[in-house]
Design a protein around this ligand. Structure first.
Ligand code: F1P
Length: 360
């Protein structure tokens, strides 16, 4: 009986935790495959210039689109934005004129993404680029161009290594487009560096989730870290069925801070660019009695003074290249909070791995 319990315990969430902890190795494998195939360089040659890039997705893939769009403008200087796939088919007037659509979908089967792909290709005659982690999928048949990261595919319903691997791949394409060789090199260094930090990040977040219970979870980020904060929010919602929200860090002052109490865990994903302004919000929320978690590259005294908990990434790569690594604490927080509540993060309540809508 004891043995069975241990196995069961071991089995609950086994896919998800294995996939989270496999992220550095998965990134390495994806980057190697892309390097050997040279497909990003040839895509860069084929795709139009001086045009707005519109990143499209659903769920985690939409939040990935937000981080990818911010990274794209930072690395290429080109206009970009992110849209949920449903906005393209429900409000096409929001989406006028020439642009380069990028369809982000782990499964390649999500109905809203397929409907958007059909509309963009057949009605607007735009050549879409799809990025997915599966092969032989419907989106592959509709899109004009595609990138497949099969090494990043997952068993779990929730997206973890697929999210970070697709983000790093789109950042690689942006670095090639923006002639940012140093950034591309930095992405090549990221897997080893994060592998070296993962145990510490893992134990910090595991002990936080196991030792504390919160009524509310708030995630804050700016620039490329806003999409990351959104995804951290979704991971806590999906895997622990907890109440979670996300805001731009400085927006939290404009009303939402009314919910702050010691039962509210406010997580700051602190950028270098907005460091001073973002740490001021951290200090303010601490004074209001909130419980604070700071995720930053360097955890220096202003952060230590106001953060109840902190994750120091200490990665020797440019700020935007840290986006993928910054989501891992949120993935682990969702996972261990779900486990503590007796839930199975591999099979989140009410969720399916792919949202496929019946055609009326
Ligand atoms: C993405 C997605 C996931 C969500 C759930 C349903 O689908 O919305 O983000 O966690 O698994 O699917 P995809 O288009 O990226 O496959």
């Amino acid at each position: 009986m004891e043995e069975q319990l241990v196995d069961l315990k071991a089995a609950v969430g086994a896919n998800t935790i294995a996939e989270i902890l496999s992220e550095p190795a998965t990134w390495e494998s994806c980057l190697e495959t892309l390097e050997q195939s040279g497909e990003l360089q040839s895509l860069n040659e084929k795709l139009p210039r001086n045009i707005e890039w519109v990143f499209v997705g659903c769920g985690s893939s939409f939040y990935l689109a937000q981080a990818a769009a911010a990274s794209w403008s930072i690395l290429t200087g080109e206009k970009s934005r992110a849209l949920p796939a449903s906005e393209i088919t429900l409000f096409p007037q929001l989406f006028l004129g020439m642009c380069q659509p990028v369809l982000i979908t782990r499964s390649g089967y999500t109905s809203e993404v397929l409907q958007a792909a059909e509309y963009l290709e057949t009605k607007l005659h735009l050549q879409t680029l799809a990025i997915t982690c599966s092969t032989g999928t419907p989106v592959e048949k509709i899109a004009s161009h595609y990138i497949k990261l099969t090494a990043a595919d997952e068993k779990s319903t929730v997206m973890t290594r697929s999210f970070t691997s697709m983000l790093i791949t789109l950042q690689s394409l942006a670095a090639i487009r923006g002639k940012r060789g140093e950034f591309l090199e930095a992405l090549g260094r990221l897997p080893d560096q994060v592998a070296g930090r993962l145990n510490t990040i893992h134990s910090t977040i595991k002990s936080l989730a196991e030792s504390r219970t919160f009524a509310h979870y708030v995630f804050l980020g700016q620039g490329p870290f806003f999409g990351i904060a959104q995804e951290c929010m979704l991971k806590v919602k999906e895997m622990s069925c907890s109440y979670a929200q996300c805001f731009h860090t400085l927006e939290f002052r404009h009303g939402p801070k009314a919910i702050v109490s010691p039962e509210t865990l406010v997580t700051f994903i602190i950028s270098e660019t907005g460091f001073a302004a973002e740490v001021q919000v951290l200090e303010e929320i601490k004074k209001l009695g909130g419980t604070t978690l700071a995720i930053s590259n360097v955890c220096d005294s202003p952060i230590r003074r106001s953060a109840d908990y902190s994750v120091e990434l200490s990665l020797d790569v440019p700020e935007t290249a840290r986006a993928a690594a910054s989501v891992i604490p949120g993935q682990l927080l969702g996972f261990y909070t779900g486990i503590k509540k007796g839930l199975n993060p591999d099979e989140p309540r009410n969720l399916s791995r792919v949202v496929m809508l019946e055609t009326k």
